[in-house]
Write a protein that binds this ligand. Structure first.
Ligand SMILES: [Zn+2]
Ligand SMILES: [Zn+2]
Ligand SMILES: [Zn+2]
Length: 684
């Protein structure tokens, strides 16, 4: 509390202490106004307002009755008691509210009020002796340039000033600057307080321009014999200012740090509040699922704002956040709930395929797990609520129903496939009929074209054409879609995703005819049972026949002679000794398939995308079926894929000698030009 005052004394408001100054900086104590601590700590715009309002003083006063401007008229003991609760910034603000307050607070007798306020600021160094309390408060707390009034956060403590970048040049001299001319005298930087600036450019040593001028003036006036004493006195003062500045600098740094910590705490509380609201709304699993930057990305600056979260702000951010979190929820469930269940299905289906099919449940080609997962009993299990525990045994009943679903799935994709077949116009209506039975014929061999990819495929393996599974390239990058692809390695069978052009390969009919069979009725298994060997009329020369199995002959027609009319190739079936020699050779010559052959496992049920390189299947045989590498046999353990040129063709000489036939013409590899259809386990 302040020292005793007359309880009846009120502040006189006709003081003339407020004098215009061209500087926002407080003038030094001890100015011409003997009763004033300070001539001006009010920015110019405040003074202007007073001048403007002078003509309506009474009116304004009446309007303001009951507000702050009546305070200076109250009992001073009471008033100073109230002031003792304020901080320096409050006193500064108060002194700028009215002339009365300014007069009151800038009186020297009010110094104790400022001191009380200052002492409430933790660790702020004492007011230096050569500054008044209001000047010191203004320096430490009023965040504006002392010259132009712009907001400036940092204080040049040794210079006891705040300057914006523009005013700093006008008001200071850089001792190290090339442009600066500090007058020659016995001057050392230690003689005046100076601020060191280490910024991005070269360092600076700044002096107040006015202080240099004053020193120079004194220097001129001072007799030579008193010069040493003058400089000593200056140096002593400078050292005191510098030491005080150092303490202030540390104080201001610690204030900045604690302010930063305070803001961080407010930010954390705001973020915690957002998380709490979302947790209460049931989105905890989603928040755990996305990483911690998700909310920040979503909310942008609003997430890091150092303000407590109000109900209004929360209401504003809530709808968008919930919409976004609902999407996260579907992704999380697909990933963390359905994902593991789908993996169980994939593993169980793999085991299912390793066993012979149950009676009446054998199919020439089983579906991929991605399709099995969509069969009703499986889908219901996979998409059952999160709280339901799904294990391998949960799928037992679904697997019992699998054959029915495979059957209808096959019927459906057979139809979809037939719909894709391009029929040459010359064919009659009867040939056009889309009867899935025709797919069993030996002539069910197709040229599948899509983009630059073109290949010959027999049924049913043609259903494994990679394009039926590969995700569409133009699909929008939907996260759930991508998760699906990741979980299965492919998409569900679809005839329309890549829309290939499919036509029947006419060359197959010629081979069937060469066996004396009717292409319209002869089925694939009829040709297999016949087990004939065919000589290519184009490749054979008198006394040297190039011979092969019927499916190789079809493949051969396409790969080597597709520019010929089918009847031009002239396939002949070999008979008698020649046939026996060839078959004997096949039995003896090992391996019968090429090293890079594409085969599939004979012990697993034949399924979509099971065709792989011989080496991979040998590994599978050893690991899954316990068949050692050297015991794996063609036919028993693995089957060459008809759609690759896996099987070696042979040459029969005129003396009946059989040997391997090396392809004499380089033809594009079966897998060449596969651009859109690259896929890990495609049919090469
Ligand atoms: Zn400025
Ligand atoms: Zn040929
Ligand atoms: Zn197998």
């Amino acid at each position: 509390m302040v020292t005793t005052r007359s309880a009846t004394r009120v502040v006189c408001n006709d003081s003339t202490t407020a004098t215009a100054s061209n500087s926002g900086r407080l003038s030094q104590a001890g100015t011409s106004d003997k009763d004033s601590e300070d001539s001006d700590i009010a920015p110019r715009h405040v003074k202007k307002r007073f001048r403007k309002g002078a003509g309506h003083r009474t009116k304004t006063k009446l309007k303001r009755r009951g507000r702050l401007d009546l305070m200076p008229t109250m009992n001073l003991d009471v008033l100073f008691h109230i002031l003792s609760f304020l901080l320096p910034m409050d006193l500064l603000n108060l002194s700028r509210t009215s002339k009365d307050f300014r007069n009151l607070l800038l009186q020297r007798s009010s110094a104790s009020a400022w001191k009380i306020a200052r002492l409430q600021v933790d660790d702020l160094p004492d007011c230096p002796q050569d500054m008044s309390e209001p000047q010191y408060a203004n320096l430490a707390f009023y965040p504006h340039c002392h010259d132009c009034g712009r907001v400036v956060r940092s204080v040049l403590w040794p210079l006891r000033a705040r300057y914006c970048p523009r005013c700093i040049c006008e008001n200071t001299l850089d001792h190290w600057g090339s442009q600066t001319r500090i007058p020659r005298m016995n001057f050392s930087p230690y003689d005046l307080p100076h601020a060191m600036i280490y910024g991005t450019g070269r360092p600076k040593q700044l002096f107040l321009r006015k202080a240099v001028d004053d020193l120079l003036a004194e220097h001129i006036k001072t007799p030579a014999d008193e010069m040493a004493a003058l400089l000593l006195e200056k140096r002593k003062y400078a050292a005191e200012v510098m030491e005080h500045a150092e303490q202030c600098q540390q104080w201001s740094q610690s204030v900045a740090n604690s302010r930063k910590n305070e803001l961080d705490a407010i930010r954390r509380a705001r973020q915690d509040d957002i998380v709490t609201h979302l947790t209460e709304a049931g989105y905890k699993p989603e928040l755990d699922y996305v990483d911690r930057f998700w909310l920040q990305d979503r909310l942008g600056a609003s997430f890091r704002e150092p303000k407590p979260l109000t109900q209004k702000t929360w209401d504003r951010m809530r709808p968008d956040l919930i919409t976004a979190l609902d999407k996260v929820r579907s992704r999380r469930i697909e990933d963390k709930v359905y994902g593991p269940r789908r993996q169980i299905l994939v593993d169980e289906y793999k085991k299912y395929l390793q066993h012979p099919p149950p009676p009446n449940a054998a199919f020439d080609l089983m579906p991929h797990a991605v399709n099995v997962a969509e069969f009703d009993p499986f889908r219901v299990l996979i998409t059952s609520p999160e709280s339901v525990t799904i294990t391998a045994t949960s799928f037992v009943s679904a697997f019992q129903q699998l054959p029915d679903f495979v059957s209808s799935w096959r019927a459906k994709i057979d139809h979809d496939f037939l719909d894709l077949i391009h029929c040459p116009e010359k064919q009659g209506d009867s040939d056009k009929q889309k009867d899935t039975d025709c797919l069993q014929l030996a002539t069910a061999v197709f040229v599948v074209e899509c983009g630059s990819d073109r290949r010959l495929l027999m049924y049913p393996e043609v259903l494994s054409w990679p394009g039926f599974f590969v995700p569409a390239t133009n699909t929008l990058p939907d996260e759930v879609y991508q998760l699906h692809v990741k979980q299965f390695g492919c998409r569900m069978w679809s005839a329309v995703r890549h829309l290939p052009r499919i036509s029947v390969f006419e060359g197959a009919a010629a081979v069937v005819q060469a066996a004396g069979c009717d292409p319209k009725t002869t089925r694939r298994e009829d040709m297999d049972v016949l087990d004939a060997r065919f000589a290519c009329g184009e490749c054979s020369t008198p006394g040297r026949k190039v011979v092969m199995t019927w499916d190789m002959a079809v493949m051969h027609s396409y790969r080597l002679h597709r520019d010929l009319q089918t009847e031009e190739i002239k396939w002949t079936m070999i008979e008698g000794d020649e046939l026996e020699n060839v078959k004997d050779f096949e039995k003896e010559a090992k391996p019968l398939v090429k090293a890079d052959a594409i085969v599939y496992c004979a012990l697993c049920q034949h399924h979509v995308r099971d065709a792989q390189s011989l080496a991979s299947i040998q590994k599978h045989l050893a690991e899954t079926h316990g068949v050692p590498l050297n015991e794996a046999e063609q036919g028993t353990h693995y089957i060459p894929d008809r759609n690759s040129t896996s099987v070696i063709s042979m040459v029969v000489d005129s003396d009946g000698k059989v040997s391997n036939h090396a392809d004499h013409r380089l033809v594009p590899s079966y897998s060449s030009g596969v651009e859109i259809l690259y896929w890990k386990s495609h049919l090469v």
